[in-house]
Design a protein around this ligand. Structure first.
Ligand code: 2AM
Length: 479
């Protein structure tokens, strides 16, 4: 016999609870399950009036409560717990049932789980869910992987509970098979790391070079948020910078310990980029910047390492500099997204996912943290040229960067001469200049490799592989 619940959620900590409530508020009957029964009871006690819930105790009761094909969402901490829960439920499921993993799983784990369950006739949908607790409840950005067939049964429900972009479009798309959804969620977080680091560097420059107070910088971010930089992150930056600490009366940003963590997805984005050979220098610098911030031992050096003489700008100069920082931030942001989308394209190629990059940009417009106005432009650029390698191949973005580049260079140069660390701005600019360069010193690198290790080289003027007899008469031999 089949139950009546259209979806079930197991793992009812805050994310699972809110996702279950979101489904129920949208008219679905939701079966509930949690290892510890108290959480299930609490959900029904506090939110039972929000919709139709079927509270269950045992794994068997949970599975029995679901209509077929069963749709079962797992919301537990990514890693061993996910495997434990799959191991508990899979034996109770039947052909065509769907397990959805909404945790932040590594896409390789998702690929493995999908393969194992497919062999047993069960669909496994690794799903990126972005937007935190609030998003889970009110509408997240959802990045599901898995089979076409599973999306046909699950997609309409996800579309209902997802965030909606300003034009009303649901922030969910079937990203691609097996691990594609979790891969895209990982890269989304990597891009987010870069975005946040770039904003942090802009703030530091306005503080240390322009000499502005946090409150004044908050006003600048508010102004920027009315233009092309409009995004959730710029908006909340203004809120954080204008907040005054209740206990001390100081700017909040001055009383927060300046050590950031770098967990899971940001680090994975860089690790996988190295495996795929994709240059994500801006994202990598963002991860490293957090790492540096966390090394109290290294930063002890702040007591004895010398910097340049301080120089303060006049009022007019400072205002002009602030405008330049906006240009630098925008140009660097285009580079960060270029690098992130390149990684998605490379993953798609490597694993045969056939990911629609424009669709990915469009589902980040609501629910998640990125939520930037210029995502529409990215979607448009990929619609025009689906095979485009990087956003800089798009004429519109290239023109904007060209217009920004003088200010971008001035800002990076100023940061260097004034001793303000801006690793992500500088990495983004170096990336741009590398793409622009007609010749790169890789030619010299190849020469060195051939000299010390006979690694051979190719020539610009004819085909073939060559080696120079460096130890002998330095003639060239074809190899
Ligand atoms: P709990 O309430 O019984 O601790 C986040 O930790 C969620 O994942 C919680 O709902 C938690 O259940 C659940 N969870 C964590 N590890 C688990 C496991 N090994 N098996 C089942 N549920 C687990």
């Amino acid at each position: 016999m089949s139950g009546t619940a259209q979806i079930g959620v197991t793992g009812l900590a805050v994310m699972g609870r809110n996702l279950a409530r979101n489904f129920a508020r949208n008219g679905y009957t939701v079966a509930l399950h949690n290892r510890t029964a108290a959480r299930t009871r609490e959900l029904v006690e506090h939110f039972g009036d929000e919709g139709d819930f079927v509270a269950t105790g045992s794994a068997e009761d949970f599975v029995a409560a679901l209509e077929r094909p069963r749709r079962l969402v797992i919301m537990v901490k990514a890693g061993e717990a996910t495997d434990a829960v799959i191991g508990e439920f899979a034996p109770l499921l039947e052909n065509g049932d769907v397990i959805i993993d909404g945790g932040n799983a590594h896409f390789e784990d998702t690929r493995r789980r999908e393969r194992e369950l497919r062999e047993r006739g069960i669909h496994f949908v690794g799903t990126g869910i972005s937007g935190g607790e609030e998003g889970a409840l009110d509408g997240p950005s959802i990045m599901p992987g898995g089979s076409e067939e599973s999306y046909a049964s699950l997609g309409p429900m996800l579309e209902k509970i997802s965030a909606k972009a300003k034009d009303g479009a649901p922030c969910v798309t079937h990203v691609g098979p097996d691990g594609a959804g979790h891969f895209v969620k990982m890269t989304h977080n990597g891009i987010e790391y870069a975005d946040m680091q770039l904003i942090g560097e802009a703030y530091q420059l306005l503080r240390d070079v322009a000499g502005y107070s946090p409150a004044r910088i908050a006003d600048i971010f508010r102004t920027w948020n009315t233009g092309r930089l409009e995004s959730y992150l710029i908006e909340i930056t203004a809120e954080v910078l204008s907040h005054v600490d209740g206990a001390t009366g100081k700017p909040f940003v001055d009383v927060v310990l300046d050590r950031a963590e770098q967990k899971g997805t940001g680090r994975w984005t860089v690790q996988i980029a190295l495996d795929l050979g994709v240059p994500v220098s801006g994202i990598a610098e963002a991860v490293f910047a957090r790492s540096v911030s966390g090394h109290a031992d290294l930063r002890d050096a702040s007591r004895h390492l010398a910097g340049p003489a301080a120089r303060t700008l006049g009022e007019d100069e400072a205002a002009a500099f602030a405008d330049r920082v906006e240009q630098a931030l925008y140009a660097s942001k285009i580079v960060a997204y270029t690098q992130g989308f390149h990684e998605i394209a490379a993953g798609s190629e490597q694993y045969g996912w056939n990911i629609d990059l424009g669709a990915v940009a469009s589902i980040w417009r609501g629910g998640c943290i990125i939520r930037a106005a210029f995502l529409d432009r990215i979607t448009g650029a990929y619609e025009a040229r689906p095979r485009m390698v990087g956003l800089l191949a798009d004429r519109g973005f290239a023109e904007e960067i060209a217009a920004a580049q003088d200010d971008w260079r001035t800002v990076v140069a100023t940061a260097v001469t004034q001793g303000v660390p801006t690793p992500a701005f500088a990495a983004a600019l170096a990336y741009y200049d590398s793409l622009r360069a007609e010749r790169l010193p890789a030619a010299l690198t190849q020469g060195q490799r051939d000299y010390f290790g006979a690694h051979t080289y190719r020539r610009t003027d004819r085909d073939g592989t060559f080696h120079t007899l460096w130890g002998g008469d330095r003639t060239e031999v074809e190899s």
